[in-house]
Design a protein around this ligand. Sequence first.
Ligand SMILES: *Cc1c(COP(=O)(O)O)cnc(C)c1O
Length: 393
Amino acid sequence: MKQIPYGRHSIEQSDIDSVLEVLNSDFLTQGPQVPAFEKAISEYVSCEYAIAVNSATSALHLACLSLGVGSGDIVWTSPISFVASANCAIYCGADVDFVDIDPLSYNMSVDRLSEKLEKAKKENKLPKVIIPVHLAGQSCDMKAIFELRKTFGFHIIEDASHAIGGDYLDQKVGSCQYSDITVFSFHPVKIITTGEGGMCTTNNLEIANSIYRLRSHGITRNPKEMTEAPDGSWYYQQIELGYNYRMNDIQAALGLSQLKRLDQIVQKRHKIKNNYNKILAGLPLILPLEMDYARSSLHLYLVQIKPKEMKAGRKEVFERLRQSGILVNVHYIPIYHQPYYQKKYNYRYSDFPEAEKYYSHVISLPIYPELTLEDQDRIKEAIVKPIGHQVIF
Ligand SMILES: *Cc1c(COP(=O)(O)O)cnc(C)c1O
């Protein structure tokens, strides 16, 4: 039985050729491919600066550092995300808190955010940074979040790990019209890949320069950033504590090649979504809702089971899909459930009722460019066909 993963990279001969070209060239890292990839991304999303790094996790870490996040600061994000969205604040010595999700978009709720900000203001505990996560590739309502920033003065990092190729209003996600920094991931399950890799985009030169330095040990070769005139043209200075978070040229060449197909890949994902919407209509499932302000890149196709209309729960549906070789997944376990966060902060689950409800019903069905109509039929069959006496509907 052919196994169907929930997500999979799409590699073509042109990608392989691009990588081979780098392997035969003079530079495997710190050559021309990384700046070319950065330029291509900044043009694609229409932002001033794009800085490539070795993962979105690194990108989130450097994004926080470049905004001055440190000990005593508070960062808020969505509980329905990968742990990296929260860990980045802890790396900087800051504290993390979560804002419950919106039951329709599954993204951070702007209403809950607004209430939580009012309360935090009274307690003098306002967050320094808010990290909205564009779950499944559908942008948060950034304009509404940006409006709140005028009153409460926080910075905004968009975790767009799922969302390259998506749109918000009439802009590409990553334009940073309503944020300081946007972060993309190029992990192989995401929309386009560099094997491992990430990117920060920003329109702020100071932030860009800070991220450039921090991704490479905190070293600068720009005399204007030095404490004294250079000794000679070999001179560099380490002016802060940075990391080795660089992307290499092999990865960037793959990214450049993949970026050429990005729109095509997103279109293919929309076709798959449309077919799911058609074949799953009428089943006791909540299908993903498309918000009018966003066009999703469709990293994930999230369905929620309607337990009252089913003879089985999410677990049974999940297990029968897995037993049929369909490697469905759950995105995500609320971050505050994780033992690390429980031990550190002892969050109450009841503070996040919508995240709890979502988590107990959601399944990610497979979606990736090579998924066929037959695969999708097989997925539907696995959900609806009775197993022995066990029927779900
Ligand atoms: C995948 C992912 C990350 C981390 O990406 P890496 O490139 O694997 O470090 C961060 N946030 C979200 C929402 C993700 O899905």
